[in-house]
Ligand binder design. Structure first.
Ligand code: AMP
Length: 307
């Protein structure tokens, strides 16, 4: 079984969408990535930090999903990372209302002994120096995937560039790809980002799907058109967790296999948005995931003939 090491926030989120509002609920990039990757037969471990205010039941939830949490430090007297956001009516854009780093501000990640030889590493969203430190503690990974966001481009660009240089794949949304590259065209943006280090660039476009770039090759996966979307929070992380979870499960990191990984990522993200927070991911079953894969196939397969 492949080992998957995940670093990212484990957090409290307060979310507002046109359909409702939540007070501090379980969130965080590593939480969503871990729950998503748990749909594959891999040995996952999360490296993160929380405060003493973080409920034991949330940690237990990760454990019951077969996620090793030895690397999740609990800081005595500390407060957990908090993020709050409000979605616009189109649900594709949001404003960050508040980001409180709290215990994340001076976090020194320690990779558990069991995962120092992890073949797959998912550097989820948090400070680039923490991502870098985790990467330095892993021996010889087969594939490193990086996810980040505009917050770190605005606040720690120099450090972020050092991480970008060292990874194989970067997943980023369209707006952030434009910000990072200074290019409006996503094709040009992906090329410029490839020059920064990653051999593969995945650009997420929310409800409009995701693009995979590698040299001259491009692959596109749609997002499933859903009747009901409640809360897009964590969709990007869930996508990333599905992407790397599938690659870790199959052990094949070719461009061809990455196409399937993109579909798995999109498939899992389509569940994540159906309920608030992590609720839908907690109840997802393997057969529901497989049924929806068929819908993805039907959505894009067609035959054409001109005579
Ligand atoms: P996504 O919707 O995929 O972009 O991910 C949302 C998750 O990212 C939330 O659960 C937040 O707790 C977490 N998050 C928000 N801002 C940051 C940040 N600056 N660094 C790390 N994680 C963040």
């Amino acid at each position: 079984m492949s080992k998957l090491l995940i670093v990212g926030t484990v957090a409290f989120d307060a979310i507002e969408t046109p359909f409702g509002k939540t007070d501090k609920i379980l969130g965080g990039a590593a939480t969503y990535i871990g729950l998503s990757a748990s749909n594959f037969d891999v040995e996952s471990a999360v490296v993160s930090v929380v405060g003493e205010d973080f409920p034991q039941e949330y940690l237990d939830l990760l454990k019951t999903n077969n996620i090793n949490i030895e690397g999740v430090e609990v800081v005595k007297g500390g407060k957990t990372f908090f993020w709050s956001g409000k979605y616009h009516n189109d649900l594709n854009t949001r404003d960050t209302l508040d980001t409180q780093l709290n215990v994340l501000a001076d976090f020194n990640p320690v990779v558990p002994q069991s995962h120092k030889d992890a073949e797959f590493v998912m550097l989820g969203n948090l400070h680039p120096l923490v991502q870098l430190s985790v990467l330095e503690q892993v021996k010889n990974p087969k594939l490193v995937v990086l996810d980040t966001m505009n917050f770190w481009m605005d606040n720690a660009l120099e450090d972020l560039m050092k991480v970008i240089e060292k990874v194989d794949v970067i997943t980023i949304n369209d707006e952030e790809a434009r910000q990072l590259s200074g290019e409006y065209s996503l094709v040009k943006a992906a090329r410029k980002i490839e020059e920064m280090g990653p051999k593969y660039v995945v650009i997420k476009k929310g409800e409009h799907g995701a693009l995979l770039f590698h040299k001259e090759q491009i692959f596109f996966a749609p997002a499933l058109p859903l009747e009901e979307v409640f809360d897009p929070t964590g969709a990007g992380d869930t996508f990333a967790g599905g992407f790397i979870g599938y690659l870790a499960r199959t052990g094949d990191i070719s461009f061809e296999n990455m196409k399937s990984a993109i579909i798995y990522g999109s498939n899992l993200a389509s569940f994540c948005v159906e309920k608030f927070g992590t609720e839908r991911m907690q109840s997802l079953t393997g057969s529901q995931m497989n049924e929806r894969l068929d819908e993805f196939k039907k959505l894009t397969q067609f035959e054409t003939q001109l005579d």
